[in-house]
Design a protein around this ligand. Structure first.
Ligand SMILES: Cc1cc2nc3c(=O)[nH]c(=O)nc-3n(C[C@H](O)[C@H](O)[C@H](O)COP(=O)(O)OP(=O)(O)OC[C@H]3O[C@@H](n4cnc5c(N)ncnc54)[C@H](O)[C@@H]3O)c2cc1C
Length: 280
């Protein structure tokens, strides 16, 4: 079956691609096209605009860092992974990519397309989970984040806020938010992942970019101290219901400043000079 008529754009930068995808509700990224073009032909998807990522050099390539971190660009093909010396740092990657379909699919299909296809039969999503991979997501829109404490089923205390740009070196300002939609997203993630204890969820626009099993900032105010409450909760000294009652203390529009937390002092005790074991 022939394709329906569709607009086609080939942006020259990732910023342009992200902007185009945000501007058009019916826009879809085009990577290797090995899934997307087929579903368009079958009329299972009918995007209005195809945003072709194939010119974006920034999204291509495989890099092995000196610390052993392996970085794969979203537009890296399966064949490039199979043939890459760097990718052999995780031999299973090349072994799996070499098994995918046929030469044409392997030459065109990309890492990003495979994990973004939402196809449960694709090879790469479970492999990436098994390897502990993380994804870098680019999107438009403001950054928001939520720190909190959960009990394995629900959020018992959530602290949503903006995630503002750097203002002075590493120091950052935030504004606490009253953001029901952000709380709903966090609530769904907490329940699906059965998160217990601290969590931090970060969004850019509507896209979740990170879910961490810890809080990102020590939220401390006179009447709300998340680390302290989290430890009391872990020790069973405060109940989820009592934590929930403290939600009123998360007051929107408050200004917050984040900077490194560090305390130093001269150790004059007799144990001074004793070598402490290195931190793991
Ligand atoms: C005959 C055949 C057999 C196949 N067998 C297998 C198999 O055994 N195992 C397997 O894992 N796969 C298989 N596939 C699927 C193949 O691996 C596809 O290449 C893959 O699913 C999609 O990758 P793509 O680069 O072609 O993406 P595309 O088809 O271009 O895009 C797929 C989806 O991802 C989105 N997308 C792509 N890149 C990005 C990005 N960077 N950011 C955001 N969204 C993005 C697109 O908008 C689209 O919705 C097969 C495909 C064919 C045609």
């Amino acid at each position: 079956m022939l394709l329906r008529e569709v607009e086609y754009v080939r942006p020259a930068s990732v910023e342009d691609a992200v902007r185009l995808l945000a501007e058009h509700d019916g826009a879809r990224a085009l990577a290797g096209g090995q899934t997307l073009i087929n579903v368009m032909k079958a009329r299972a998807a009918s995007p209005d605009v195809l945003v072709d990522l194939n010119r974006l050099e920034e999204l291509k390539g495989i890099e092995l860092g000196s610390d052993g971190t392996l970085e794969l660009g979203a537009m890296t093909t399966y064949t490039e992974v199979t043939e890459s010396a760097e990718a052999r740092a995780r031999p299973i990657l090349g072994e799996v990519c070499a098994q995918i379909a046929d030469v044409q699919v392997r030459n065109r299909g990309t890492i990003g397309g495979n994990v973004c296809s939402n196809d449960p039969t694709n090879h790469l999503p479970p492999l990436m989970v098994a390897l502990g991979a993380t994804m870098t997501i680019r999107a438009t829109g403001g950054e928001r984040t939520i720190d909190g404490i959960a009990d394995g089923r629900r959020i018992v205390l959530g602290h949503p806020k903006t995630r503002e740009s750097m203002r002075a070196g590493l120091a950052m300002y935030f504004v606490t938010l009253e953001d029901g939609a952000l709380m709903d997203i966090a609530e769904r993630i907490v329940s699906a992942l059965e998160i217990e204890h601290f969590f931090n969820i970060q969004l850019v626009g509507e896209h979740v970019i990170e879910v961490n099993p810890r809080i990102s900032t020590i939220v401390y105010q006179e009447d709300l101290n998340l680390p302290y409450l989290g430890i009391k909760s872990a020790l069973g000294e405060i109940s989820p219901e009592e934590l929930m009652q403290l939600s009123a203390q998360v007051r929107p529009t408050r200004r917050a400043l984040r900077y490194f937390d560090q305390v130093e002092w001269d150790d004059t005790s007799s144990a001074a000079g004793t070598q402490l074991p290195p931190r793991s």
